[in-house]
Ligand binder design. Sequence first.
Ligand code: BTN
Length: 261
Amino acid sequence: MKSGRPNLDSSLISSELASRNCTWINLVVLETVTSTNDLAMKHLESAPGKLVVVCADEQTQGRGRLQRDWASPKGAGIALSIGCSLSTFGKTQTTIPLLTGVAVITALNNLGVQAKLKWPNDLIFLSDSGQVKKFGGILLQRAGDQVVLGIGINVGLSAEELPTESSTSLFLEGFEVSREKLIAEIISQLEIITSDNPASWRARYLEQCATVGSTVRVTLADGSHLEGLATQLAESGGLVVEVDDVAVEVTVGDIEHLRHK
Ligand code: BTN
């Protein structure tokens, strides 16, 4: 413990996994790493297809979506990466990022935290007026048929530690959650959802996603923008946005909610 915050207790995570009958128990818990995604990927290079769960108290080079940095102050969050073979996801491979979001929101709900997804898989709180505050996200990396699901959650971050004005943490929203329990619950929900049928998780995604039904502004990969009503989730996992009566499918982009449903 360096920061005054306790380190992750690996034996507690293991016992929480055991109490949930998880089989994803190849667990590595570290104090400081560059990025848990890097470590999980390295593990897969030496043991392809062998599932690994890596978590750390601190990341020095945490990465987010769209080439952004991800802040992981020591002992204040969850930095968790699951490395596995693509085949773990059976027929649902194209929608792994969405599936992961559903598993994480379900895990949070099970621990008393009512949160939502912003397409594709930002973990957010939504105020009554529709204001979005992000407290977590998911970064997927793929190398051939190996995949790493990286999950970052601001658990105990103080206001000074937040990276942007529109971010928050579970603590700042009034939730006290054990990091060990949340890690185990996420792994358990991921394990369950990979054996679910695609139709059932899709319905859950739509329930949990605050973006479909909202008016959005999308920044596309080339920097251009479009605005319209997000009407649907495409089969592929893309977001369908009605722009001047034309349905446009967005596959990669940064979403801003303008008006909430
Ligand atoms: C996002 O931009 O919303 C995705 C953030 C993902 C952060 C997590 S923390 C664990 C894993 N390791 C990383 O370097 N990134 C992911």
